[in-house]
Write a protein that binds this ligand. Sequence first.
Ligand code: GUN
Ligand code: ZN
Length: 436
Amino acid sequence: MPVYRSALLRFADDGSALYDEDGLLAVGPDAQGRQRVLAAGAWQALAHRYVDQPVTHLPGRILAPGFVDMHIHFPQTDVIGSPADGLLPWLENYTFPHEKRFVAPDYSEQVAQFFVAELLRNGVTTALAFSTSHPASVDALFTEARRQHMRLITGKVLQDRHSPDGVRDDTEQSLADTEALIQRWHGVDRLGYAITPRFAPTSTPEQLRGAGELAARYADVWIQSHVAENLDEIRWARELFPASRSYLSVYDDFGLMRERAVYAHCIHFDDDDRALMRDTGATAAVSPTSNLFLGSGFFDYAGADRVGFGYGLASDVGGGTSFSPFHTMLAAYYVGREGQSKQGLSLSPQRLWWQHTAGAARALGLAGVVGNLQPGCEADFVVLNPRATPLLERKTQQARSLDELLFAMIVLGDDRLIERTMVSQALGAKLAPVSR
Ligand code: GUN
Ligand code: ZN
């Protein structure tokens, strides 16, 4: 049973950070052979339980929960940094043409390998990801995530209209493919399926209705889509679905809002939309680097908290600009600052970190499973080296509080901070290290 001695970061149920400068993390298999956290806390308080165990001592390092990315597109790995006037021209000129390539299984496999490795290299151990409309892309991503023992949720994109040849699918076939993929992959090892209408404008009412029927039939699969990201997109959705109260209501009208439904962006909402999120248990994937890059707008943190719906952080690569959770947390801070001038809101470093770990896990319906290092959680964690760069070393050494330490890493951190990523394996007593 591995026992680690190191500084240790984890989160209490109220989202506040717990930090032991001299901490202990003990990991071992449960009855099914899945590696879980057995104990976490102060070395002083826990070490007597493990006197006979070998200890891995990591002086100067911090153990922290693996990051949870609530929304990312695996086929957009190479779309990062494609400039456009806004969302719709970006989709038309860069994204759709690129996603056509994933019809080829060997191309999908090659990108899936890079994508999973890049997530793990950046400390992300759980992700809710879009594939493309091609079932082969879903098979490729699940296969690779399973090989790397990563907790990954994805699905075949549904888009049967307003999409070019090569990515547009057929209504009936798309729903049959979705059901076959649910049966093939959902619940296998650490994998989960998400019913994935791209967004309302690229699905016919028939496709959305079919997706909603599948969502009712398979109550523990996830649902993911985009909503209220961009003003032109909203106008288009309202024209196409005039009977719905709002763009968000389209999804509700087709049975696509419930727990485990995750909507990316959720920027241009009114309070009725916020209440609909809260009342249905749907949650938002907040993607600040994407929103800044595509000029979409600013997520309203104060509005979400006032009405009370769940949310967490996401990269949204390739609208988003980075796989690094540190870049996403810093961008979220900037977005919160923008809101602050209007609403008196400030996102603390503990809150930002929580939103990308335990908070994101909660918003995925995976609280107590991933995103934290409390006893019982799956043993996904990162080893942070706060001396990874000269400036990080200088700045973190001057930190006088946990907030100052976390802030230094959020502002200055990137993949160099992640010395190792450890993911929980199902079988055997070994954790899989991912070397840089
Ligand atoms: N809306 C519909 N498709 C997409 C996509 O691929 N990225 C983003 N950011 N928004 C979308
Ligand atoms: Zn997206």
